[in-house]
Design a protein around this ligand. Structure first.
Ligand code: FES
Length: 144
């Protein structure tokens, strides 16, 4: 198994398009080395960084936030389990927030979500006269 991968190999294994990998690299989220021909070569450990980036984005983290998180990892060698654990407090908090959000989303499918529509019979009880508008814009009961 090769320790160093081409951009196509990284793309194939990670499921992330080469264009996105180049973008991540421009943003400093991942790094490659150039061989004599100028082609990018990535250490195999980059696959774990990419998996982190993809899932952090799914959790709603911005690229700046992801960059701050990845900056906690050692730049010149494959991160160890301990290195990754340094990221876990932020990561776990975001996962918990996301779980709570998805739970509210699930419950809200048939309930009043406080969006101002007043279209369900339940809205009369849950959001009389669009009381939720006082909390601000959007589906306030969904937003938590
Ligand atoms: S679902 Fe929109 S205000 Fe109740």
């Amino acid at each position: 198994m090769a320790d160093v991968l081409t951009i196509s190999e990284v793309s194939r294994r990670s499921g992330v398009a080469s264009s996105a990998l180049r973008f991540y690299e421009q943003r400093g989220l991942i790094a490659s080395e150039r061989e004599g021909s100028g082609h990018r070569r990535y250490p195999r450990a980059v696959l774990r960084r990419i998996a982190f980036i993809v899932f952090a984005q799914r959790l709603g983290m911005s690229l700046d936030e992801i960059s701050d998180e990845l900056a906690k990892l050692p730049p010149h060698h494959a991160p160890s389990r301990r290195d990754w654990s340094r990221l876990s407090s932020t990561w776990e908090a975001r996962i918990d927030e996301r779980i709570a959000e998805l739970e509210r989303l699930k419950l809200g499918l048939t309930e009043c979500i406080g969006c101002g529509c007043l279209s369900l019979d339940r809205c009369k009880l849950a959001n009389p006269g669009d009381h939720a508008a006082r909390l601000g814009a959007g589906p306030r009961y969904w937003m938590g």
